[in-house]
Design a protein around this ligand. Structure first.
Ligand code: ADP
Length: 257
């Protein structure tokens, strides 16, 4: 087993810092530092959808936008959304759609924006992890939290949470995995590279174990801002008890659509 470039163990995450409610103009927001990745995620809505033909009478529409700031990478990136940004937005939006109780808000849209301020690989999972917390901060009722991480292979080892340098290794395999917690349902899975079946199983188990660590950090951040009695556990999510204690629900009740 070779040493990782930054000295981490193979199953170790980069340092993570989370702060909720950083954007006052949004209904919910989250700032996340994950190694050298930095993300801000915001939530606006639910609000009435225009044009009206986009409305769904049975559910809210999730409009998730993943974007990389022009200054997030070494060479200035064009601010125009690339195909990659659109693809990441689509699959991540689908993941959030399966978690938010969208059926509670018919004929509306929920805008979720994730802006990458600095990028060092694993930005789509960092964005999704921050976005789910912004949704919780906005008081949206959810089945649980989306906890996302990358896992894969570099320099012959199976590793968690790849950096850009590791993603650029000749034998690199990079898997983005997002898990609905605490139910442990996979809601997003993407992979770059080639692996054998046994290796694949190893990488997925590493990713699921990594998501559980992310979930613990997410719960800690939520409990810091919204202290409730006891832990946020499965029971809390099932009964939406946690979301009821979030004062922003009061604001939403007054919103008309
Ligand atoms: P993820 O960030 O989710 O791992 P990718 O595997 O597509 O997504 O990208 C890996 C890393 O490559 C990004 O985090 C970023 O550091 C870099 N990168 C991606 N797109 C660009 C770009 N257009 N210009 C420069 N660097 C980029």
């Amino acid at each position: 087993m070779s040493e990782r470039i930054d000295g981490r163990k193979n199953d170790e995450l980069r340092p993570i810092k989370i702060k909720l409610g950083v954007v006052k103009s949004a209904d919910g927001s989250c700032y996340l530092e994950w190694g050298r990745n930095t993300v801000i995620a915001t939530v606006h809505g639910p609000r009435p959808i225009f044009p009206k033909h986009l409305a769904d009478s049975e559910r809210s529409v999730i409009d998730y936008k993943y974007r990389m700031a022009p200054f997030s990478v070494t060479e200035r990136k064009s601010p125009v959304p690339a195909k990659r940004d659109k693809e990441i937005s689509l699959v991540s939006g689908n993941a959030l759609e399966s978690v938010i109780l969208i059926e509670k808000f018919p004929n509306t849209v929920i805008d979720i924006d994730a802006m990458i301020l600095s990028a060092d690989a694993g930005t789509r999972v960092a964005a999704l992890t921050a976005a789910t917390l912004a949704c919780a901060d906005a008081g949206l009722p959810m089945r649980g939290l989306v906890s996302a991480v990358s896992a894969g292979r570099a320099n012959g080892d199976h590793i968690l949470d790849l950096t850009k340098e590791e993603e650029d290794a000749e034998d690199a395999v990079d898997t983005a995995i997002a898990v609905l917690m605490p139910q442990k349902e996979i809601v997003l899975l993407q992979m770059d590279g080639h692996v054998e079946k046994d290796e694949w199983k190893k990488i997925i188990s590493m990713g699921i174990a990594g998501s559980e660590k992310i979930y613990e950090l997410q719960k800690k951040a939520l409990l810091e801002k919204y202290p409730i009695d006891g832990d946020i556990n499965e029971w809390n999510f099932k009964n939406c008890k946690f979301w009821k204690c979030n004062f922003k629900n009061e604001r939403r009740k007054k919103t008309r659509w």
